[in-house]
Design a binder for this molecule. Sequence first.
Ligand code: HEC
Ligand code: HEC
Length: 442
Amino acid sequence: MTREGLIHLRRVLPVLMIAALAGGAAEKSTSPDIEHWRKAFARPDHTPEPADNPANPEKVKLGAALFEDTRLSGTGNVSCSSCHQADLSFSDGVDRHTGLDGTALDRRTPPLWNMAWGLSWFWDGRAGSIEAQAAGPIENKREMAGNLEHAIKTLGSDPLMQESFAAAFPEDPAVTRANLTKAIAAFERTLVSPETRFDQWVKGDDKALDADELSGFSLFVGKAGCVGCHQGWRFTDEAFHDIGLPSEDKGRGPILGVSAADHAFKTPSLRERVWTAPYMHDGSLATFEDVVDHYAEGIVKRPTLSADLPHTIELSEKERAQLVAFLNTLSGDDPPRPASLPPKTMTWGAPAQAVSTTTVSQKDRRFSPGAILLKVGEALRILNDDTRTHNVRVDSANTSFNSDGQNPGDTVTLGFDQPGHYDIICGIHPEMRLSVDVASAR
Ligand code: HEC
Ligand code: HEC
């Protein structure tokens, strides 16, 4: 082939690829490129676990309870879930969480999906196992300021905890530091991000992604060079790279004592990231758009820049939007709530000692029964026994309530101190209506 021919081919290849990927419904997707990428991004069929900490349901349940237990903190009011909030994909929505000393922590709270497949933990990879990681925040003065020995004593004197530890560790039924971190780690391994539309496409459904999303994917694995680091179904190579953020944080370098690794951080997964803004180790980029702009034009040039970072990435406005459209396909429609977490219970206005409680179902996007008669002092319990996230809202002349996201398994318990008529709807599926008539107590 002539040199001109080669140059021409190089120029048209990305175009051909986009054409192949976006190739209309009529064409069958037999392009070798597509098959290659579908294999490269296929999900594994089981979650790995270490031989010395096999999961069992009691252990996972204990781990989930410890994840929310504020007794692990020195101040008695901080738990893992204070920063790793389930509704925000186990992050916290701020650039850097305010530590117990009142100043911002050094780095952003990372989401906790798919930890089981990790090779190292923390932004700089300083923890070598999830078990080892768990002790870190408990004893960190600015995070939980706890003392593990003290926490072990407190938990060890709680009969409920003694029981739970015994059930979780039948071979070694004791409240110990090792068992505590094992239980938390076993729970963390259950946090597996569910399939999204992208996975449907990977499995062969050509129509799961629209043309812009496919073009975005083409850019991701093509000229934008993202796949150089964001590889595989979790979209991370588990390696450390300096991607040219202005931050002064040296990251991996000091951990290794190797200055060539200064400013390098672990490539984050891109799963369920729609809920976890702001982005990067310092939370310095507010949106996916800002992230793409950074790669296109914001990279700070310095000797430690990763060799896997393309030297120039020229992206038009349209291409940037397509990349963002693709990134969005790696998250679900709602923040996923793992089945291993206890359901949420929300209460509003209901008396602690209700005379009686009526339960309403939300199966198949319908309140059932659809009309309820209550008396003041009685409680109404709305149970999400559906497969979708709902939202419970009461809007009337003298009262208004909004439950926020109500995930499958969650309950909202309501009480009314004024007789009258109330309409309850789901803000997400407004066709769901529940009519409540409240009579006075007698
Ligand atoms: C005060 C907020 C806060 C609390 C409380 C907290 N974390 Fe974190 N967590 C962070 C921050 C910030 C980081 C990143 C720190 C770093 O990389 O230097 C982090 C990192 C992690 C990581 C590493 C994730 C990864 O991608 O490598 C795991 C796992 C984790 N935390 C689990 C826990 C557990 C378990 C608890 C409770 C025992 C907990 N965290 C309590 C803020 C918190
Ligand atoms: C050289 C490796 C490399 C390449 C190439 C790369 N990334 Fe990244 N990406 C990283 C690293 C490392 C971070 C975290 C950097 C930090 O916090 O200091 C990151 C962070 C991100 C984040 C933020 C995730 C979060 O939770 O904070 C997004 C989104 C992202 N990259 C998307 C992309 C896109 C889109 C491209 C292509 C335009 C791309 N990346 C190219 C390594 C890379």
